[in-house]
Write a protein that binds this ligand. Sequence first.
Ligand code: HMG
Length: 447
Amino acid sequence: MTDTAVGIDAIEIHAGKLKLDLPETFAPAMGDDPGKYTEGLGLYASSLPDTYEDIVTMGANAAHRLMERKGLEPAHVGRIDVATESAFDHSKPVSTYIAGCLEQVFDGDFHHANKGERKFACVAGTQSIDDAYNWIRAGRHRGRAALVVATDTALYARDDPGEATQGAGAVAMLIDEDPDLVELSTEQGYGSADETDFLKPQQQFPSVDGKRSMAVYLARMREALVDYESVGGNIHPEDFRLGPFHTPFPGMVRKAGVLAYRHITRDTDIEAELADGIGRQPRPEAFDDDGAYMDALGEYTDALKETDRYREWYDDTIDPTLDLSREVGNWYTGSVHVARVSGLAALAEAGEAAAGERLLVGSYGSGAQAEIHVETVQDGWLEEIDALNVGYQLASRYDLSFPEYEDVHDAHNFDEETGVEEFTAPDGEFVFDGWGRMGERKYRYVE
Ligand code: HMG
């Protein structure tokens, strides 16, 4: 077993190359007030895949950039795990397709690499990082690193309420010893239960009970927090610099943020300081029935949300993690990893010295499972974050009209035949190149 630090050495992001403007294009077409998107959900745009993009091309493009930037060859990578809930094959994992793409552009091959695919809705990206971490910690890696790719086309059926929260993109991460970005810790907390709130039973677009999914998110996150504290000790708000959480839409994290803050300030100096203004937190033993206790808790939470103390904490710790999500929507398995990048990019922009700071990371997948752990920012973090070109990618997206959006949605619906032309020209990237004789998808690198 290795004693050296293990964590995320590098991250690269590939955003779908099309943009659906939610307040300007989607809201008027749906007959909605734009405020529902910008203020209610906290979203301005969705990134969507062009007709030649899919989970393989987006994942391979992110991984290609990561390997080139870090000067890696296939021999350096001993494991490739893909997390996705948009897979198109029940047997052949997406990681084989991505390895096949990368072998088109790198010398050597990945025949030595253990490849797989992880599924548990959006939490699978974090689970793949766990698998890589355990593989390295167990000393089975022979000095090699693991490539983890979280890639999804998070599309909902037309007119489903979830359509407002769509997105598409991939996050490639290198898990290695002596990481440059963040070190992972061994303590983890889980909240996991058999829930029926969001699922894709042999279908392309999810069946969603949206309101229930939000309640389940909050319940499982709370369990994971309590479970984390049982092993990592009580959390105090000042213990960590950022709280990147799974972000299906920023409004969801806004709801989770105040509940988390209430939990981690109970029995602390902060609760005592706030008591003059809003009282102490209600305790169940002071109430005769659950209903009265829940009502009092709700009132306290509403008052807490309005305090300067809470607002400052939220603005410093949570809000910076939502910047990218506001512009890209939900990327399912990649979402919490986009939140980490977003928060660190905000610290870089502000010129903060973040090395040594801790992040409280909350991952979540419907069905349902939450996981909470702490990461420590490493000395090389600024160089890693500065190397990202995500701002350029987002600014270069093709801005769809509503009829074009309808065509693109159909083009990514496997049940429909469309002859939709591409909106952008591929440039130095992998593209979908048609079907093979056994129904496999084929890919090509375009110079
Ligand atoms: P909806 O019913 O269309 O929206 O669906 P709404 O009417 O509830 O409005 C949304 C918010 O906007 C509300 O805020 C409104 O008040 C507000 P809230 O009351 O909740 O704070 N609003 C406005 N604000 C300002 N000005 C206005 C205005 N109008 C309304 N004019 C829903 C919303 C999230 C349910 C839907 O989009 C949905 O079903 N999304 C998909 C499911 C989802 O994202 N669930 C989140 C938790 S589960 C999860 O995270 C897992 C997931 O990532 C999948 C996985 O794990 O694989 C989804």
